[in-house]
Design a protein. Structure first.
Length: 277
């Protein structure tokens, strides 16, 4: 199987600076990414769970990217207190005002940086809120977000996530159903984020999903499993999956969203990624 994708060059990838380089303060990670050979980065929401950081904080974040000379290719909307267990606020009833305020800040950052991809974590099922109520809130919030970032040519991404039992979008079809519901309201700029690690861990047949849906993927993120380490540390045929996605019409980029210490995180880029027989 052949591909024009260079699997061993840092500059081929987007580096997620919220799962990697975490030994450093957030505002130093863009420069560290550049020093490691990356010119494209993405971040989860980088303001400690605060949906509405000050203008000075936003300016500092944007300046950190500019000083490093890297492109911001992906940014998460506010997802609550991730360290405390939250996994998004899109479906959380009562958080609509904070989410709407956050959307405006995300749009500003996108306008200033050229970022076009914005990941909206769905949120956990919450006691006292029915699934139907939460889903209705989620569709409204996703429509709001998509309408806002459409003004800057942006796309909202929805992803399946592992590791949180109360997170309802576990497989590709779960996320795709949400996307379809939003698209039914004449919204076009929303797509599924295909995170091969989360999909595999949650029991998806990733190869089959690629065969049927690759051209519809809004973004691809990778980590190996088991362990969520760098490619080659686990058992997933990531190189084959990536090649096949491109062959079948995927037109986006590949983001590294694995977790590994800074000292060893990028050693694999110096050699071909080993795949299981």
């Amino acid at each position: 199987m052949t591909s024009t994708f260079d699997f061993t060059t840092a500059d081929s990838y987007i580096l997620n600076c919220s799962t990697l380089l975490t030994e450093l303060p957030v505002m130093e990670r863009a420069q560290a990414a550049k020093d490691a050979g990356f010119s494209q980065v993405e971040f989860w929401w980088p303001f400690d769970g605060n949906p509405t950081p000050s203008q000075d904080e936003v300016d500092e974040f944007v300046a950190s990217l500019e000083r490093a000379g890297v492109e911001l290719k992906g940014l998460n909307f506010w997802a609550g207190n991730m360290a405390g267990g939250d996994r998004g606020m899109v479906s959380i009833k009562g958080a609509e005002a904070d989410f709407a305020a956050n959307v405006e800040i995300v749009k500003e950052i996108g306008k200033r940086t050229g970022c076009k991809a914005f990941n909206a974590l769905y949120g956990l099922r919450t006691e006292g809120q029915t699934p139907q109520e939460q889903d209705e809130v989620a569709i409204a919030n996703l429509r709001l977000a998509a309408d806002a970032v459409a003004e800057i040519g942006g796309t909202v991404l929805v992803e399946p996530v592992s590791g949180a039992d109360a997170y309802p979008l576990k497989k590709y079809t779960d996320a795709a159903e949400v996307v379809a519901k939003v698209r039914a309201h004449d919204v076009e700029n929303i797509a599924v984020l295909a995170d091969f690690f989360h999909m595999a861990v949650n029991g998806d047949d990733v190869a089959a999903v690629i065969e049927s849906e690759a051209a519809n993927f809004g973004h691809i993120q990778i980590a190996d499993a088991a362990g969520r380490g760098a490619p080659g540390t686990g058992e997933l045929p990531l190189e084959d999956w990536i090649n096949r996605a491109f062959e079948l019409g995927y037109a986006g980029q590949i983001a590294l969203e694995y977790k590994q210490d800074r000292e060893t995180a990028f050693a694999w880029l110096n050699a071909s990624v080993e795949q299981p027989a």
